[in-house]
Design a protein around this ligand. Structure first.
Ligand SMILES: [Zn+2]
Length: 440
């Protein structure tokens, strides 16, 4: 029989496809054609079956789905380390918002987003959800980089550099959504900043648009205890209850943080099939509280993983985030079996895909899905000996071990080198911003 012509064949020592759950394949190959996964085969079989235009051999690597960073503010990478060791409210109100009002511009967003994209590609993320100002510039930078992203247009009730009023934010956001219709790699979502910065009328409008347009809603929610107690004082109910009353809790709603949770909150999330995005390092750094990941997962709630912005993390390495998430989930549940290694990997892949409505496209290596994949090299002393590849990825890995990355079959990282971005140029621009933001 004639071998079938395909674009790309990747031979890998180990493959963790994420679906089926817990599977680890050894000495197999992934066949890719026209941006999609054809299937996974034993290497000998694949050699006979396919004639590939390009073959990549990964002798000491784990091949797996690209990671999904389900919450962040990419451009804030230019504020990495600008204001540290402060609680959320003074951090935001006395440091982050004032510096943003001073320096925020389209160029800031373009340069910061590029810097973040470079860091994410180099550390294994192939898809990210973003929420920031000048969403049109974010989408443009994503498009140039070849990455996949849900770009959220931020909505506030007050004016910022990104808009005059709710009308203005929403109008520009919907226009952007129209202009990216049909783009396979970029989706536009509505991102009301938080319950405490968006009023009832605006929330109702957002719920209407989200319903009519089947548009995702991405919102910070129950980030701190103070957010909940303020809401009880002002609205006589918890923020999540208020979002429910205003119609914002939908199957496409992504609730970011959720560190303050009681039984009624869990019921509301279950009833509406909303998604939770857990950002453990940001929550730890701002001492915001602990998201009870094990309890949410036991309740059947989809929990995805995010880094949040680099200003509150301070890196975008989702492998580091994975380890923190796995350790923290055990401590919070007081159970070492909570969030085992494979469950943690699912949180950073298929759960993220589900949260962003991309579960049919990405999040696992399955026939028919888009070829969004990464390779992690397992050859350093700190990674040997290797008994359990999944454990190694969660408990003993760092993003710096990622060597290759593909989105829709296109290479974005080859042998640790960025393909679509100029690293030296990005570093030079970041240094220029540092001098402009905080001149010595
Ligand atoms: Zn955030």
């Amino acid at each position: 029989m004639q071998p079938t012509k395909i674009d790309l064949l990747i031979n890998s020592r180990w493959i963790i496809p994420v679906v089926p759950e817990g599977a680890v394949f050894e000495n197999c190959a992934v066949a890719i054609d026209r941006q999609r996964i054809v299937g996974i085969y034993p290497q000998a079989e694949a050699r006979n079956k396919f004639a590939a235009d390009s073959v990549v051999d990964l002798a000491d690597h784990i091949l797996m789905p690209g990671l999904v960073n389900a919450h962040g503010h990419a451009a804030m990478s230019l504020l990495r380390g600008y204001a540290d060791d402060l609680p959320l409210k003074p951090w935001l109100e006395e440091h982050i918002w004032p510096v943003e009002s001073r320096v925020l511009s389209e160029q800031f967003v373009a340069d910061g987003t590029d810097l973040a994209i470079a860091e994410m590609i180099a550390t294994g993320t192939t898809c990210f959800a973003d929420m920031y100002f000048f969403a049109d510039r974010i989408a443009e930078r994503v498009h140039r980089s070849g990455m996949r992203s849900q770009v959220g247009f931020t909505v506030f009730d007050f004016p910022t550099a990104g808009g005059k009023d709710p009308d203005d934010y929403i109008h520009k956001g919907l226009q952007l959504r129209d202009s990216y219709k049909g783009n396979d790699l970029i989706k536009i979502a509505c991102a009301p900043h938080a319950p405490y910065t968006v009023g009832d009328e605006t929330m109702r409008r957002i719920a209407t648009y989200a319903n009519e347009l089947d548009m995702a809603v991405h919102i910070h929610c129950h980030e701190t205890a103070q957010e909940v107690s303020d809401s009880l004082k002002i609205y006589s109910c918890r923020p999540l209850q208020r979002l429910d009353d205003l119609g914002v809790l939908l199957p496409q709603t992504q609730l970011v943080h959720m560190t303050q949770i009681v039984e009624d909150d869990i019921r509301l999330i279950q009833d509406h099939n909303c998604h939770v995005v857990h950002c453990p390092e940001s929550n730890l750094k701002l001492a915001s509280g602990f998201c009870p990941v094990g309890q949410l997962m036991d309740a059947g709630i989809n929990v995805a993983l995010g880094t949040d912005g680099a200003a509150s993390n301070n890196d975008l390495d989702l492998f580091g985030e994975l380890k923190t998430a796995a350790l923290l989930a055990k401590a919070v549940a007081n159970n070492a079996a909570t969030l085992d290694a494979h469950a943690a990997l699912r949180m950073a892949t298929i759960n993220g895909a589900r949260a962003l409505g991309w579960q049919d496209e990405i999040g696992s290596l399955e026939a028919g899905k888009s070829a969004d994949m990464i390779a992690v090299e397992i050859s350093s002393p700190s990674q040997k000996p290797l008994y359990n590849p999944a454990s190694q990825l969660v408990y003993g890995n760092a993003g710096s071990q990622v060597t290759h990355s593909w989105v829709a079959g296109k290479a974005l990282l080859k042998e640790r080198a960025l393909v679509t971005l100029n690293e030296q140029n990005l570093i030079r621009r970041a240094d220029q911003w540092r001098n402009q933001i905080s001149p010595e």
